[in-house]
Design a protein around this ligand. Structure first.
Ligand code: S3P
Length: 447
């Protein structure tokens, strides 16, 4: 999804204003198409996110023999009809399953493919092949799975093997690993129990429950029960995916740092396990209001209104980190405009995201004259700084690319972001959406 392309961002001299929506939630979109494929019957999924990462999951599901029809009534919001084949109805794929850059796709699929009666290979881009897979292959092996990684990395080779129950303590609070084990648990008689050291996102649990499975959470243990819910059949989904809070984070921070801005983002998912940034921004003095709350597909959604404010520094650590894990690139930009020293700790996980998000973020923001110190498990930002426009690089990391674009708005000269097409891995239409608010950014090369 990431053909080389340049994004130019100008110094923002006018306030950001207006109301926008952001595309559907990426985590929920991956899960919805994958779980719908395993259901008995036709699922309807509205406002599904057609981004680089989620399209990888959709194509894998099709390669497994599942029919997916889509109504592409809007380029960034599709309605899907997925003809589920049941837990045991997937077809042997013709070749390796390509998860592209999507960590969520490969790790969740590892759990599903471990339970199949045919062999498969899960693979992806060079970037994905660098990310750690032992965290998912090791507990799956403990469940009886025949899964082999290449020295802890993709490609993953799976062969049929009977799975059994497991009680497993996750060493890191990873929703992808938790989800893989819950999905593999669907193929056991005993179910599965997973302990999470922190509150990792719970979309898989919510969706499985909506589909009739029995999932409970107590004292950090998430349990997929051994109760044979409907003879181990998943009911089809009928849901609307809420807007992605992790995408909303970019206009949210942009409005908080561009003087006199006032914007509204409608229909944003506000799952408790995802909104650490909201609490952190409020603690920094940002004026964020929540209105028009509603439930959609078992998830809370609402309109967010945010305006410019004089921000001050805060420290972030402990359980807040996992609830804001994808938002640190853009939070760092907010911190460059906040008075004082902001530090994030307990965030070593950032080093194994799409790229080493600590090293790369610190390096690229320094090019814009931000002052940061790097720590093994986080970083410190010294603010406020007058950012200076410069040439920077996304390193093929969508969230880094968008964070740099937000930083560019607060810089005194134009900022050029190289290799920026990757923003569409999670937020297709990012530039158009920001321009709706009056943001001064444009593609230099057509994508
Ligand atoms: C995700 C879980 C998180 C997050 C990623 C999406 C998911 O990763 O960073 O962007 O959809 O389950 P980890 O599970 O590795 O923490």
């Amino acid at each position: 999804m990431s053909s080389p392309s340049k994004l130019i961002v100008h110094s923002q001299t006018t306030p950001l204003q207006g109301a926008i929506t952001v595309p559907g939630d990426k985590s929920i979109s991956h899960r919805a198409v994958l779980l719908a494929a395993l259901a008995d019957g036709v699922s309807v999924i509205r406002n599904w996110l057609p981004a680089g990462d989620t399209l990888a999951t959709l194509e894998v599901v099709r390669a497994l023999g599942v029919s997916v029809e889509m109504d592409e009534h809007h380029p960034n919001s599709w309605d899907l009809r997925v003809d589920g084949r049941g837990l045991r109805g997937l077809r042997r794929p013709a070749g390796p399953l390509n998860c592209r850059n999507a960590g969520t796709a490969i790790r969740l699929l590892a759990g599903v493919m471990a339970g199949q009666s045919f062999p498969s290979v899960l693979d992806g881009s060079e970037q994905l092949r660098k990310r750690p897979m032992g965290r998912v292959t090791e507990p799956l092996q403990q469940m009886g799975a025949d899964i082999k990684a290449d020295n802890g990395h993709a490609p993953l080779h799976l062969r049929p093997a009977p799975l059994h129950g497991l009680a497993y303590r996750l060493p890191v609070a990873s929703a992808q690993v938790k989800s893989a084990l819950l999905l593999a648990g669907l193929y056991t008689a005993e179910g599965v129990r997973v302990h999470q050291p922190g509150p990792a996102r719970d979309h898989t649990e919510r969706m499985l429950m909506a589909m009739g499975a029995v999932v409970t959470t107590q004292d950090g243990w998430v349990t997929l029960s051994d109760e044979p819910f409907g003879g181990r059949r998943l009911l089809p989904l009928d849901m609307t995916v809420p807007g992605d809070f992790s995408s909303a984070a970019f206009p949210l921070v942009a409005a908080a740092i561009v003087p006199h801005s006032q914007i509204t983002i409608r229909g944003v998912g506000l799952n408790e396990t995802r909104i650490g940034l909201l609490q952190v921004l409020r603690a920094m003095g940002a004026d964020v209001r929540v209105g028009n709350q509603q439930m959609t597909g078992g998830e809370l959604a609402a309109d967010l209104s945010v305006g410019f404010a004089e921000l001050h520094a805060v420290d972030v650590d402990g359980p807040t980190v996992v609830r804001a894990i994808d938002e640190f690139p853009v939070w760092a930009v907010a911190a460059t405009q906040a008075a004082g020293r902001s530090t994030v700790r307990d965030a070593a996980e950032l080093r194994v995201k799409e790229v080493d998000r600590i090293a790369v973020l610190v390096g690229e923001l320094r090019r814009l004259s931000a002052q940061l110190d790097e720590h093994e498990d986080g970083f410190t930002v010294h603010g406020p700084t007058r950012l200076r426009g410069a040439s920077v690089d996304s390193h093929d990391d969508h969230r880094l690319g968008m964070a740099l674009a937000v930083a560019g708005l607060a810089a005194t000269e134009p900022t050029i972001i190289h290799d920026a097409a990757c923003v569409a891995d999670s937020f297709p239409g990012f530039v158009e959406t920001m321009r709706q608010l009056g943001a001064a950014m444009e593609w230099v090369e057509p994508i």
